[in-house]
Design a binder for this molecule. Structure first.
Ligand code: ADP
Ligand code: MG
Length: 331
């Protein structure tokens, strides 16, 4: 693997959280009903994502780490969602593997007997051997950026890298209440969802009792809102008294993808008006449905920031949906 490829990988895999995002997405794509994320030192020393998804046979596993291989069709659905899954379709494993030491153990759900363990280091397959392992896939990423010291130097403190990973895993846990998602950092469980409940149950698992008890449902169809592209706005927002001084707890999704958008944030904040103190933010888990052609994903694909063709209309629609929910609770 040459230097250029490694530098390119560093551009795509910015930090541990970017690798975690790709691995969790793969697990969900594989139909997992549980996804366990374990990291050490903010993910710089170890990222392990274990799932009970469909798994891979040896040939699939070998193919999975090759460049430009994907078993997923880049279909109409992706285009229509307006928010593509990846900036680098079919290259996540290859790319992560070129800047780390990768170990993948996998066994197809429907195959009994041994699974396969593949060891990949700095872009080369080191070994492929049979191994005993549960059905599903476990990917371990060790020593991220060990061969790109310049990139490694840009990593922040363990606390900061952990916060980024936590945000990513939290976003997926909240959007998939039917999947049991857990996060463990340096041997300590940060949260785990049951995979049995609804959004409210996921919020309880992730944020705890106080926040869960403060949540107010939002449920608005486009035709109940001011004119604009949104077809629906659903989710949960917190009572204004339950707030934090960080935007981190604004979990917003467009067509199922975790994204941030100025118009959405401004709409939410507008609905709360002066009920929040300066620089305070509510807890929000909000899902927006919108025709794909109304979203512009090219603002900052990696940061998952989107803009809408008509940002003003979206702002008014989100404001109205949240305001109505608060009003129904006498707020
Ligand atoms: P993409 O997700 O865009 O297809 P990746 O590099 O992330 O590209 O993965 C390559 C391929 O490896 C996937 O298409 C899939 O077939 C397989 N794969 C990766 N992770 C898993 C997993 N956790 N379970 C089952 N198959 C996986
Ligand atoms: Mg992928």
């Amino acid at each position: 693997e040459d230097t250029v490829a490694r530098i390119a990988a560093g551009e795509v895999v910015e930090r541990p959280a970017s690798a975690v995002k790709e691995l969790v997405e793969n697990s969900l794509d594989a139909g997992a009903s549980s996804v366990d994320v374990t990291i050490e030192s903010g993910g710089t020393e170890l990222i392990r994502v274990a799932d009970d998804g469909r798994g891979m046979a040896e040939a699939d596993l070998r193919a999975a780490v090759r460049q430009h291989t994907t078993s997923k069709i880049e279909g109409l659905e992706d285009l229509e969602s307006g928010v593509a899954t990846l900036g680098f379709r079919g290259e996540a494993l290859h790319t992560i593997g070129s800047v780390s030491k990768l170990n993948i153990r996998s066994r197809p759900r429907d195959a009994d007997g041994a699974g396969t363990e593949l060891v990949y280091e700095g872009g080369d397959v080191v070994s492929v051997e049979p191994t005993g392992c549960p059905a599903g896939t476990t990917v371990e990423v060790e020593d991220l950026f060990y061969n790109t010291p310049a990139r490694r130097k840009f990593l922040k403190t363990t606390a900061t890298e952990f916060a980024h990973v936590n945000r990513v895993v939290t976003r997926y846990a909240l959007a998939n209440p039917d999947v049991a998602v857990s996060l463990t950092h340096d041997g300590r469980e940060v949260f785990s969802t049951t995979g049995q409940g609804d959004l409210q149950a996921a919020v309880l698992s992730v944020y705890g009792r106080e926040v869960a008890a403060a949540m107010i449902p939002v449920e608005a169809d486009g035709d109940e809102l001011p004119v604009g592209p949104l077809e629906s706005v659903t989710g949960l927002v917190s009572h204004p008294e339950t707030n934090r001084s960080s935007r981190e707890y604004l979990a917003t999704y467009v067509n199922g993808r975790a994204v941030t958008a100025d118009a959405v944030r401004e709409g939410i904040m507008g609905a709360y008006g002066t009920q929040l103190g300066g620089d305070r933010y509510p807890f929000v888990v909000l899902f927006l449905d919108v025709p794909g052609d109304a979203v512009d994903v090219n603002v900052h694909p990696r940061k998952r920031e989107v803009r809408f063709d008509d940002d003003d209309a979206v702002r008014r629609q989100v404001d109205a949906a949240v305001e109505r929910a608060l009003l129904e609770h006498g707020l």
